[in-house]
Write a protein that binds this ligand. Structure first.
Ligand code: SF4
Ligand code: SF4
Length: 382
């Protein structure tokens, strides 16, 4: 085991291999508050990559309803139970994780603390859909605002982790992290289907194909990324909850890089279950209406501040943040940087060519109810 630095834990930790970061790291920010659970992302991915034999229950992108939904069954509670106490030391400016990671908790002879789902655990991807955290008492629901009843939709893909547990656990060294963009892939020629990656990945994003007898996982649509385009699930997102880009370490943060801005500058986008120790590279803007205790467990100790910052956008206190959130969902090109120009937000691709420009406030145009040119009446005049 090597000593590596995990900035999400704010400390050194043990990992199977030496620290070796890619030249660039692909990343995405998902705004949970905007997801409507339409599953368009799920289907966009499924029809592109997993419509073959042996992939019937395989969803590289899935959307579950929290707190009860989970695909595969119990993926989060089962590993959290195994991990033991997960405390954060908040005495320093940055919280430091004082519990154990799944690498540090590994039993003797194992590289990672994990568990392997049964076949049936993968068979109900929509289990718990639209169920709230407690039964709805109609009176209470309407009279108590903010109310105690909540749920949220949780879209998940592979996190293309900086310290992938799948890669650490593979005895065949069939899993690799690309130097050019940090995408984690399984070499289908080398894989022998031992399923150590399925057991090790705490997010359960490595999946076994009984027909090919190999493990498979999300490839972040790398052919699209190589062309500067977003992956399929991101491009097709109806709720426009997703922003694609590249993330740096906090000490190398570039403030006009949209992802760095959201993750490091504004700290509004947080990793999922950072205490596991993988330094996942998909970030989430936590839900503003759910129980903060649940959000802290799911997204770490930054959840309270992230929720407050998000609320400040609607209070008009965060114009730059509002600009980035509007701009980055108005294109399917990967942005390298953004700029505010008067009333407009402008986005540039990684070669610094302008590719998108949006007004911070949409103009409202009111048309006449009657249109004499076409001799028609309009139902919608704004
Ligand atoms: S989320 Fe799982 S499958 Fe994806 S890179 Fe991390 S450990 Fe591997
Ligand atoms: S397409 Fe977007 S809005 Fe619809 S379920 Fe997927 S992430 Fe949520």
């Amino acid at each position: 085991m090597a000593d590596v630095h995990n900035w999400q834990l704010n400390r050194q930790m043990k990992y199977q291999y030496e620290e070796s970061r890619p030249d660039k790291q692909v990343s995405a920010v998902f705004d949970i508050n905007k997801c409507i659970a339409c599953q368009t992302c799920t289907m966009a991915c499924k029809t592109t990559w997993t419509s073959g034999k042996g992939q019937e229950y395989m969803f590289w992108n899935s959307v579950e309803t929290k707190p009860w939904g989970s695909y595969p069954m119990g993926w989060d509670v089962r590993i959290l139970d195994k991990l033991g106490p997960q405390n954060w030391d908040k005495t320093t400016d940055l919280a430091t994780y004082s519990g154990k990671t799944i690498f540090e908790k590994a039993p003797p002879g194992e590289r990672v603390e994990g568990w392997r789902p049964d076949d049936m655990d993968w068979a109900y991807p929509n289990r718990g859909e639209d169920e709230t955290n407690e039964a709805i008492d109609d009176t209470k629901y309407h009279l108590t605002i903010p109310h105690a009843i909540w749920n949220f939709y949780f879209a998940r893909i592979c996190m293309h982790c900086t310290y992938p547990a799948c890669l650490a656990a593979c005895p065949r060294k069939a899993i690799y992290k690309r130097k050019e963009d940090g995408i984690v892939l399984i070499d289908q020629e080398r894989c022998r289907g031992y399923r150590e990656c399925v057991r090790a990945c705490p997010y359960k994003r490595a999946m076994y194909n009984h027909v090919t007898r190999t493990s498979e996982k999300c490839i972040f649509c790398y052919p699209a990324v190589e062309e500067g385009q977003w992956p399929r699930c991101m491009r097709n997102c109806i709720g426009k909850i997703r922003i694609v880009g590249y993330v740096n370490k906090p000490e190398d943060s570039v403030p006009d890089n949209p992802i760095d801005f959201l993750v490091h500058e504004k700290k509004i986008a947080l990793p999922i279950l950072p205490q596991l120790g993988l330094e996942p590279n998909i970030y989430y803007i936590p839900p503003i209406h759910s129980d903060l205790k649940f959000s802290r467990q799911m997204f770490g100790p930054g959840a309270d501040d992230a929720v407050q910052t998000y609320k400040d956008i609607t209070n008009g206190n965060e114009p730059e943040l509002r600009a980035v959130l509007l701009l980055c969902v108005s294109t399917d090109k990967i942005l390298g940087r953004f700029e505010l120009q008067g009333n407009e937000a402008v986005g540039f691709d990684v070669s610094d060519t302008e590719v998108v420009r949006v007004p911070l406030k949409e103009p409202v145009i009111v048309r006449d109810f009657y249109d004499p040119v076409h001799d028609v009446y309009r139902h919608n005049i704004t």
